[in-house]
Design a protein around this ligand. Structure first.
Ligand code: IVH
Length: 682
């Protein structure tokens, strides 16, 4: 495809096609092509854009990921404040709201829209001339944070909208992490020993408020748009429902569970339906939002303080129960943490029987004043492990006992606290709330380390799950992860294991053999260094390109990496300092496990491959600042217009470069368009 014009057309076609399939998959949930076909379209587009960088634009579907981390978020002033909502906790409160607005209007209000109140993060998305230009958090309602580059990574956020959309408009919606994505994320974090997210809302907020968009890009975030903020021009709308339909037609994702409701009784029914069915939802919702449908009536009702009178959140009842805390048990985690958990008299909470619940650490137990023997409130916050909210003080008898972890694990024979699994000493690093078993070879830790090593996100050794790794460990066939690669010499013993025939043994040995060539990030994760999860492992792999280089890195060097703080740096240094760990790495290398990786190509930055030439004076910044900005985003700044120039940026009083650009057919943009390309990150 030598002809530039043909290439440009092909690129445009590919983009349109990819955008269409993105929309089918992420918005409509009804793909028309296979993942492989989609990947192949993406691959072709990426290749063309790499070869012809001048055709690369920020709204290309290839540009959803890869922007560089920010130092801090910029501030966005909301042209119209983002309001919050008043609450109703009972049908009486709902009816009181209804009478209030009916009285104010002088008539019975009956035209409503019911929506789910999704527990996520409110965002405002601004589109100018068909392109997504700014995404912001709610903040204090008047000013939010600029999270544009993170929102770009969410596949259901359209980067471009049809030509007939208003030239400038803002939509609002809720970004959330679907429940299955939340569980997956927490499972990964548990394996890594990273702190778990308490609920999908925190996970969504943590993911969106990341300075490094590459981390956001890996989280399966989604969005439902729930209102039009403002629009300059565009078709006149009379109802909220129409506005939602209109937004749908522009390609936004609208919750399919929204309903038009006629009369306040239907609102109550809609609420009741979802109280009963909320467990079926793919997202966490804490109630419904009732909105007056007619926009003109919304206007008449107006706001009080920061809340509109025309809408209210009617909450679902909390899923709580009470039961007796009979004891507090201790389990030992992969990194050696001693984890307290509540042992409960079984109780049914929202249809699920609960006999254990999370108690995070001793400090938390003290803070909540939870004592053994207490009647406690248990909460199932939707999809998370049930947790103990606190004691019911009025039920105290005086016989309750305060919990003390060191007493709990005290070993009389040894006359000291001891790990409940291996009896080793217990210690608490300064500044941490968790106690640890001091023995790196503690069977509880060693076995869970093998599990992590073999797990899907790490070395992905099929067949070695929890059960088999426990058996191999108990039978003394493996003591650490490097022993896995010696198993091929112990086939006889493997065949002697329960349920292990010739075929399954061969499959397992095969899978072990294949794991020798995993990407470096997976190897780093698989080592099980405390506080290093998949995301940090990827950063480290990109930074060091080998386990050896990582092992030799100084504390200063480690801390200089974005998102690596002193805690992680010390954990890495401590890990490689231990002789046992160095031996394991040596043996992995001898077994043929690949411990390095060639530097990958620089990830596509928003302006990668684009050359800018400036002429005239810009309003927003000096020539030098503009050039720095371009380079920050991966572009280059040229001094004269050539055939390689992607854009000529024209400020006030341009010089002869403009004529030259015209004669070469170079794309010419003004300062506003330039700012849009920079995503307004100025
Ligand atoms: S409408 C003026 N609709 O609830 C109306 N909000 O307390 C303001 N929320 O921060 C919002 N789902 O993040 C609306 N279907 C929905 C919603 C919703 C969740 C959140 C939103 C806002 C908070 C209001």
């Amino acid at each position: 495809m030598a002809e530039p014009e043909e290439t440009r057309k092909r690129i445009a076609r590919l983009r349109a096609e990819i955008n269409h399939h993105n929309y089918r998959y992420h918005v409509l949930d009804s793909p028309e092509i296979s993942d492989a076909e989609y990947d192949s379209l993406m691959r072709e587009l990426k290749q063309l854009e790499e070869r012809y960088p001048r055709f690369l634009t920020p709204d290309s579907p290839t540009q959803r990921v890869g922007a560089e981390p920010l130092e801090a978020f910029g501030v966005v002033e909301h042209p119209l404040p983002l309001l919050s909502l008043g609450n109703a906790f009972s049908s009486d409160e709902l009816l009181a709201w209804h009478s209030r607005i009916s009285r104010l209007l002088g008539q019975d209000s009956s035209d409503f829209v019911g929506e789910h109140k999704i527990d996520g993060l409110a965002v405002a998305l601004t589109y100018v001339d068909g392109r997504f230009v700014t995404g912001a958090t709610r903040g204090d309602g008047l000013r939010g944070e600029d999270i544009t580059q993170n929102l770009r990574t969410i596949r259901s956020v359209p980067l471009a909208v049809p030509k007939d959309a208003p030239p400038r408009f803002e939509v609002r919606g809720e970004v959330f992490l679907p429940i299955d994505g939340f569980h997956k994320l927490n499972q990964e974090r548990e394996k890594e020993g990273s702190p778990l997210f308490a609920n999908p809302r925190n996970a969504a907020a943590g993911s969106v408020r990341q300075l490094d968009p590459r981390i956001t890009a890996r989280r399966p975030l989604d969005i439902y748009v729930y209102m039009l903020g403002y629009a300059e021009g565009g078709a006149p709308l009379t109802t909220h429902w129409e506005a939602l339909e209109y937004l749908k037609s522009l390609g936004f994702k609208i919750n399919p569970n929204n309903r038009r409701l006629s009369g306040i009784e239907q609102v109550a029914e809609y609420h009741q339906t979802w109280v009963e069915k909320r467990e079926e939802l793919r997202y966490e919702a804490d109630g419904i939002v009732v909105k007056v449908n007619r926009l003109e009536i919304q206007q008449r009702l107006g706001d009080v303080g920061r809340e509109p009178r025309w809408a209210i959140a009617y909450k679902f009842p909390a899923v709580q129960g009470t039961t007796k805390l009979t004891d507090i048990g201790i389990s030992v985690g992969r990194t050696g943490t001693l984890n307290p958990y509540a042992i409960l008299e079984p109780v049914s909470v929202g249809g699920v029987t609960i006999s254990q619940a999370a108690l995070h650490n001793e400090v938390d137990i003290r803070r909540k004043d939870i004592r053994i023997g207490d009647t406690v409130i248990i909460q199932r916050a939707g999809e998370v492990i049930p947790e103990v909210v606190g004691p019911v003080i009025s039920k105290r008898t005086g016989k309750e006992k305060e919990f003390n972890l060191l007493e709990k694990v005290y070993d009389k024979e040894k006359s000291r606290p001891a790990c409940p699994i291996c009896g080793s000493e217990v210690l608490r690093p300064e500044g941490e709330v968790m106690y640890y078993c001091s023995n790196a070879a503690c069977p509880a830790q060693a076995q869970q380390r093998i599990e992590l090593f073999a797990s899907r996100g790490a070395m992905d050794i099929r067949g070695i799950g929890e059960n088999l790794s426990a058996t191999l460990f108990e039978k003394g066939l493996i003591k650490d992860v490097a022993d896995l690669y010696d198993l091929k010499n112990r086939k006889e013993q493997l065949l002697g294991l329960d349920k292990m025939g010739e075929k399954s043994v061969d499959n397992m040995l095969d899978a072990i053999d294949r794991s020798k060539n995993r990407p470096l990030a997976r190897v780093i994760l698989a080592l099980g260094i405390r506080h290093i999860g998949g995301e940090t492992a990827e950063l480290l792999a990109g930074e060091f390109h080998s386990v050896d280089a990582l092992a030799e890195a100084s504390r200063e060097r480690l801390i200089s990496i974005d998102t690596v703080g002193p805690k992680i740096a010390d954990s890495i240094i401590g890990f490689f300092h231990q002789e046992t760990n160095r031996n394991i790495i040596r043996r992995l290398r001898e077994a043929g496990v690949k411990l390095e990786e060639k530097p990958a190509k620089v990830e596509a930055m928003p302006l990668a491959g684009m050359e800018f030439v400036l002429t005239g004076t810009l309003d927003a910044f000096s020539r030098q600042e503009a050039e720095e900005k371009i380079k920050d985003l991966g572009g280059t700044a040229g001094s004269s217009v050539t055939r390689k120039t992607t854009y000529l940026v024209v400020g006030a009083a341009p010089g002869s470069k403009l004529d030259r650009a015209r004669s070469l057919g170079t794309r010419i943009i003004n300062e506003t368009e330039f700012l849009q390309l920079l995503n307004q990150k100025v």
